[in-house]
Write a protein that binds this ligand. Sequence first.
Ligand SMILES: [Zn+2]
Length: 561
Amino acid sequence: MNRFIFLFLIFGWTIYSQTNIPIGYFNNPIEIPLLLSGNFGELRSNHFHSGLDIKTQQKVGIPIYAPADGYVKRLKISHFGYGKALYIIHPNGYSTVYAHLQKFAGDIQNFVKENQYQKETYTLELFPEANQLSVKKGDLIGYTGDSGSTGGPHLHFEIRDASSRPMNPMLFGINIPDTKKPTINGIYAYPLGKDAQINQSQNPIKLRLILQKDGSYKAENITAFGKIGFGISTYDQQNGASNKNGVYQIKTFYNGEEVFNVLFEKFSFAETRYVNRYIDYTHFKNNRNRVQKLFRQPNNPLSIISGDNDFGYLTIENDFASIYTIEVTDYKNNKVSVSIPIKGKNLEILEIRKSTKTDDFIYSDQANSITKGKFNIYIPANSLYENEYLDIETHGDTIKIHKDVIPLHKSFTITIDVSNYKETDIDKLYIGRLNYKGKPYYNKTFRKGDKISTKTKTFGSYILVSDNKAPSIKPINFSKKKWISKNKTLKIKVKDELSGISSYRATINGKFILMEYNYKKDVLIYDFDDNIISETENNLKVIVVDNVGNNATFEATFFRK
Ligand SMILES: [Zn+2]
C-alpha cells in the first residue's frame, strides 16, 4: 500500500471526522437557559430523536434567533409531526431545523402567509430560492410554540450535515451543563444461542445490581453457557431538569476487551426506524421500558453501533469464569459502570424458552399472503426482522393480527372483501386500528371495486367501521348575529367521532380565510390581523369533511367595526 494512503487511513480519517465540525459556529437559538426535555439520539417511538428538545418555560412565543448566517431553504406546515417547521441552510453546508413553532417572523412569516392565502391552505411545504429569504446571525426568525405532535411547548432544534444527517448539536459546542452520572434502570441477560442458558434458563432475566462504594454497580453472579448477550435500560439527566434523556455512549467489555460500542453522534433518517430492532421491542410493549440490546443482531444496520453482525455477543464456555462490564457515559463524560461476574456452567436447563407456535409461520425474507374469510393480509419480504409465528384470528368485522409486540420495518396490507355491502354503503367504510380502549382509529383506507384496504406498520386488531356521521362544528368565542369588534380571533370547535377530520375550508363574505387547525384541541382559529374583511356585516361559512367524505357546513353572521 502506498505510504501516504496508509497514513491517511490511520490519521486522516480521525482528523477529518473530529476536526471537521465547526465548534462554536452556531449560537444558541434562544436566549433563555437551555434546559432539555429531550436530547440527541434518545429512544423514541419508531425513531431516534434527531435533535434537542429545548424547554420553553411552559409557554409559547419565545423569540428564536438565527444561530449563524444562511438562508431559508424549506418551510413546512403540517397538522402533525413538526407542526410549523423552518429549515435554514448555512454557507458551510450544515443546516439547522426549528420545529413546533408558534409562528415565523418578519419576511419569513409574510412569505408563508402569502403562500397560504394564494394556495388557500394552512398546510404546505415551500422551498424558497437561494438567498430569497436570507438571514444574518442573530436575526429574529420565529417564535417557539406547541404546533404539531408535541406533549407541551418546546423548541425542537436540529443540526444536520451536508447529507441531511442529523448530528448531536452538543458536538458543535451547544453547552448543556451536566454534572450527574447516567442512571441505570436495569440490566438484562439474554440467552441467544440454541443451547444457551443463563441461571439454568433459556429466557431473558433481569439482574440484581449492588451499588459499590465507588458509585459503580456489581451484578449478582450468573451462571451461563453458550451464546449470550446483555441489555440495558438507562437514562441521563442534565442539570436543572428532571427529564429522563438519552445517554451519549455505551461500551461493553469482556475480560477487559471492548465488545460493543454505541455512540449517539449522527445517524441518517433512512435508518432511524431500526430503533425497533435495537431495543427489546416486546419488552418495551409489555413494560413501557426501553432496553437497549448490547449486541448486533442480523438485520440491524445501525451506523451508531460499531462492528459487524454478532458484535457484542459472548460465547461462554463450561468451567470458565469471566467478567463482563458495561460503561455508560453522558456527553460531559460522567460515567457509570456495571460489572457482571459470569461462571461458565453447562447445567441442566430448568426453564425452557417461551415460544408459541401457530398456523401462520412467517419467513421474514419472503413475501407472505394469508387469507382468513373475507380478510387478506399481505406481508412483503423483509417486513419482519426475524421469522415469527403470528397469531391471527377473525371475529365478525374484526381481525386480530398478532399483538403489537413484534416490530415491522415495512408496511403490510390488510384487504377486506366488502361485496356483501350495498354500493352506497361501501363509500362510508374505513379500516380502523383498535386502541387499548377499543376505539377504532382511522387508518388511511383505499377502495378498489368491492375491496377496501389499508397499509400499516403495526400489528394489532383492525376493524371494518361504517361512518355515517358528519363532523360537528361549534363557535367558541362568538355567537350568531352578535357584534364582536373586540375579538382578535375567531375560534371554532370541530370534531369528528369516527373517521376523523380530513379537510376544512372557511370563507368570510365568500373570501377564503386562513384557519389554523389544532388537532390536540379540536380547534380552528382565524386571526383578524390577516385583514381579509373590512365590512361591518360578515357571513362566515365553514365546511368540514371527515375521512370518508361526510361533511358539515356551519354558517354565521357577525358584526364588526
Ligand atoms: Zn423533538
